[in-house]
Design a protein around this ligand. Structure first.
Ligand code: T3D
Length: 260
């Protein structure tokens, strides 16, 4: 796969997508959105890939929509179409993908870049990472899933405050408000992320896929509906070789091998 705006890498069942427009703080132009979608689809279909990492080249994760792109500067824009065919597709693909995605947040994640970071399943962040809802400074509203993710993760009050003030959220705040899973020293971010990704890659792929599906579905369900969904998905998980291997491993007092 040849890409212009992203760099990709495969190492030991872990695929990495690195946003690669550092001179613009990895702002998303249309090509970077579509290449990210293309790469995610390819890794979804690649049996050898069990976990995906997304990160940014240089000092940013991503500064969001490329404000210098023709899409913005021409003044002749259907935002709704641009969102539907771009960020909405990317965010939905990430959340529906049956493989875990880790965002290694190496620097600022602003606007749609913030949304993309939140669409990952896990966020490992450098102390240099900051998160920013830049939209209000442009007279826009949060998009790319941010109105859905943020109140769920850090509560409506904080989400609304950061949306209307566009103040940056530090790595420490992100950790204490549930946006980040952990903070990792900057120089070790990619090595530690790879270790996390390998751990997920070695887990039961079916159990991870169904857990992701069940949790996203539960967020729009009643408790009764979520319990019922868990029951039917557990039927799927319980009929796999991974369940047999997991029980065998427990009884034989060894680590399970889910590598098939
Ligand atoms: O339909 C739709 O798609 C609408 C959807 C919109 C989604 C959105 O994402 S809207 C939000 C867009 N993003 C922003 O508003 C953030 C803009 N950037 C900034 O506010 C600042 O750059 C940062 C706070 C992120 C970082 O500040 P700082 O001082 O560390 O860096 P800088 O000097 O501002 O930026 C460095 C370079 O990156 C600079 O280029 P230059 O002058 O050296 O040639 C700057 O212009 C460029 N850059 C930063 N952000 C963007 C960008 N270029 C294009 N688009 C950007 N978003």
């Amino acid at each position: 796969m040849e890409f212009e705006t992203i760099a990709i890498e495969r190492k030991e069942k872990v695929a990495t997508i690195r946003f690669n427009r550092p001179s613009n703080l990895n702002a998303f132009n249309d090509l970077m959105i579509s290449e990210s979608i293309q790469a995610l689809n390819a890794f979804r279909d690649d049996a050898g890939t069990r976990c995906i990492v997304m990160t940014g080249e240089g000092r940013a994760f991503s500064a969001g929509q490329d404000l210098k792109s023709a899409m913005i500067t021409s003044g002749d824009v259907s935002f709704s179409e641009h969102l539907r065919q771009g960020y909405n597709e990317l965010v939905l693909l990430m959340t529906q993908l049956e493989k875990p995605i880790i965002a290694a947040v190496n620097g600022i994640a602003a606007g749609a870049g913030f949304g993309v970071a939140l669409a990952a399943d896990i966020r490992l962040v450098s102390p240099k990472a900051t998160f920013m809802l830049a939209f209000s400074r442009l007279g826009l509203i949060p998009d790319s899933g941010l109105t859905w993710f943020l109140p769920r993760l850090m509560g409506y009050g904080r989400a609304f405050e950061k949306a209307v003030t566009a103040e940056q959220i530090s790595a420490d705040e992100a950790l204490s408000w549930g946006l980040a899973n952990t903070i990792i020293p900057h120089e070790q971010l990619m090595a530690v992320t790879h270790a996390w990704a390998l751990r997920l890659a070695e887990g039961s792929a079916i159990a991870i896929a169904l857990t992701k599906q069940a949790m996203y579905r539960a967020m729009s369900k009643s408790l009764e509906e979520a319990l019922e969904d868990e029951a039917s998905l557990q039927d799927v998980a319980g009929k796999t070789g991974d369940f047999i291997e997991g029980v065998d491993a427990f009884l034989q007092k060894r680590e399970p091998d889910f590598s098939h």
